[in-house]
Design a binder for this molecule. Structure first.
Ligand code: HEM
Length: 285
């Protein structure tokens, strides 16, 4: 099913290999963005990926338990103002929020720290990333581009997925939520928290909603182009029950605490903090 999704993505965006090959002397970052522009089209003024999104404002308040984990000012228990951008995957600025191609959804959080400093967190709904290097990510996109419906089997994508089993595993863990708020988001990178006593704890971020809502493929297909939290603020509309009438976008949040390899079991450790917020723009890209 996930392979189909990937293939549909490749086909729907009218991939062509023309111009993609032969650029290996460029920095890998440029190669990837070039391939993305081929896959998703060039949309001036928009990000090459995660082009469609909404912005929310709110606060993050560290839980008392977090003080035992980290001495960072982020967890001092006072409300830290945040600017949050929820987004859809792909560089397509008008992709429907509920499209399977919009998975993984992203959340980028800027914490405005006391004293003027900032901390950024950029995470998405992949539980782990499909590949480990930029080169492999480029090659994944190229394999998709070379696997139209009429391609001989096994396609380039089939071959890539076989040699990189993390690819089908990662996409197989995705699902379509009914709103940006009712999704879980993961940081795939590990960080070290250091507390006041100098104790170090490896962590990966998890943002956990109060209500996780993942739709069936048929229900996802019935979703409007914009999730409820992405529609024009003030318009009458049904909202998920953890989203305020103002259009709050982010509910509960927590940090996964534990060995960095233990994500698969989803141990529900104590949360390290909580978000409260409201949408600040009806639709922002
Ligand atoms: C090879 C790996 C990756 C590539 C090539 C890639 C590429 C990109 C690009 C080109 C953008 C647009 C940046 C801009 O113009 O401002 C973007 C945005 C984003 N990426 Fe990635 N990305 C990768 C991995 C990840 C990972 C591991 C995560 C999270 C776990 C992630 C989450 C996001 C999010 C949330 C945004 C939107 C940021 C915003 O709202 O401003 N990406 N990515």
């Amino acid at each position: 099913m996930r392979k189909d999704t990937l293939l549909i993505t490749a086909i729907a965006f009218g991939l062509t290999l023309a111009g993609i090959a032969g650029a290996e002397d460029q920095p890998i970052s440029e190669q990837i963005v070039d391939v993305m522009n081929k896959v998703f089209g060039v949309h001036p003024g928009f990000r090459a990926n995660h082009a469609k999104g909404i912005v929310a404002e709110g606060h993050f308040t560290g839980a008392p338990e977090a003080l035992g984990l980290s001495r960072a000012v982020l967890f001092n228990g006072s409300p830290i103002p945040v600017t949050v951008r929820f987004s859809n995957s792909t560089g397509v600025p008008n992709i429907p929020d509920g499209s399977p191609k919009a998975n993984p959804h992203g959340i980028a959080i800027k914490y405005h720290l006391p004293g003027g400093g900032e901390t950024d967190m950029v995470i998405n709904s992949f539980k782990f990333f499909p590949v480990a290097t930029g080169e492999d990510f480029r090659d994944l996109l190229l394999a998709l581009a070379a696997s139209p419906p009429d391609a001989a089997k096994p396609t380039k994508f089939d071959q890539f997925a076989t040699s990189h089993p993390s690819v089908p595993a990662a996409f197989g863990g995705l699902a379509t939520p009914d709103s940006f708020a009712n999704e879980e988001y993961y940081g795939v990178n590990a960080f070290l928290f250091i507390n006041k006593a100098g104790a170090r704890q490896a962590v990966r971020y998890q943002l956990v909603p109060e209500h996780l809502v993942h739709l069936s493929a048929s229900d996802a297909a019935k979703q409007p182009a914009e999730f409820p939290d992405g529609r024009t603020a003030g318009a009458p509309q049904a909202r998920p029950n953890n989203v305020s009438p103002e259009g709050a976008a982010c509910s509960g949040g927590r940090f996964h605490q534990g060995p960095v390899s233990s994500l698969a079991g989803r141990p529900q450790s104590r949360g390290a903090g909580r978000f409260d917020g409201r949408q600040s723009s009806a639709r922002q890209c």
